[in-house]
Design a protein around this ligand. Sequence first.
Ligand SMILES: Nc1ncnc2c1ncn2[C@@H]1O[C@H](COP(=O)(O)OP(=O)(O)OP(=O)(O)O)[C@@H](O)[C@H]1O
Ligand SMILES: O=P(O)(O)OC[C@H]1O[C@H](OP(=O)(O)OP(=O)(O)O)[C@H](O)[C@@H]1O
Ligand SMILES: [Mg+2]
Length: 296
Amino acid sequence: MSTSLTGAPLRIAVPNKGSLSESAVEMLREAGYRTRRDSKELVVTDSDNDVEFFYLRPRDIAVYVGTGTVDAGITGRDLLLDSGSPAVEVMPLGFGASTFRYAARAGAATSVADIAGQRVATSYPGLVRADLEKAGVAADVVRLDGAVETAITLGVADVIADVVETGATLRSQGLEVFGDPILRSEAVLIGRAGRSGEEDGAGATPGFGVLHRRLTGVITARSYVMVDYDCPAELVEKACAVTPGLESPTVSPLADPSWSAVRAMVPRRGVNRVMDELYELGARAILVTDIAACRI
Ligand SMILES: Nc1ncnc2c1ncn2[C@@H]1O[C@H](COP(=O)(O)OP(=O)(O)OP(=O)(O)O)[C@@H](O)[C@H]1O
Ligand SMILES: O=P(O)(O)OC[C@H]1O[C@H](OP(=O)(O)OP(=O)(O)O)[C@H](O)[C@@H]1O
Ligand SMILES: [Mg+2]
């Protein structure tokens, strides 16, 4: 079924490599879109959904969306902000989480103020300049393409500012983070400025609202499970308070009128505590199943 009856297909930019690529492609596949079969494919046409996918460098995606040549993209919040592109974050996607932080040799600095007059190596000069400016600190920003942790070892910089996930790369170079995190990042869906997000409003590219709803559906399907259980009829009200669902739980009669069946969506995290609570209340045959897909 086509999501747009008129006009050009929706153009979506996807990271072609790096930390975000695999999870972004997996999310689009779960959302029912066609994805590339091998890593050399740069453009994929999904005519069933009236969408074209462009596999681009994650750093370039905000630039393409900002100029309007592509309608939507998946990239990191840090890359979006660093680019200075007018593209806007539409929704977080729940993967690729990291912090963006200053680091130096142990004891060399404790706050951003200590960077004054020093050299800061980074692949994200836009983010770093903005943070230094906000703090009123003057320092030299040295732009490097990657592996910035080595810049201090090689004497190119006194301080670095980089993506930190586990901290293993920093530790390997004898570095420690200092100061507050500059940013908390994760993968985000981005669109052009003025994009309302959920709706295909007047002037919006057809299909954008569908993309937004589908990705929201994937996140919901991942973060909720379906819980079914049998409950003594007189306890249904108390049980429903434990599993209120999104709108309201489904309550159905059983052949034995002294029992009811209850069905509700429950956040995946904490579902075992919910099951324990239901059991203690008197519910039995408590079953938990994954949700393959949903539209909320
Ligand atoms: N452990 C991680 N290492 C690097 N980036 C991460 C990590 N976890 C999440 N990210 C996010 O991935 C994005 C950067 O992607 P990536 O590092 O793959 O791009 P790149 O540096 O341009 O490419 P490459 O590293 O392949 O040269 C950023 O949004 C960053 O926050
Ligand atoms: O805290 P960690 O779990 O160690 O992860 C963070 C490291 O991973 C990224 O490097 P990447 O592999 O993207 O290489 P790059 O520096 O060349 O971009 C990032 O730039 C850090 O160096
Ligand atoms: Mg990288």
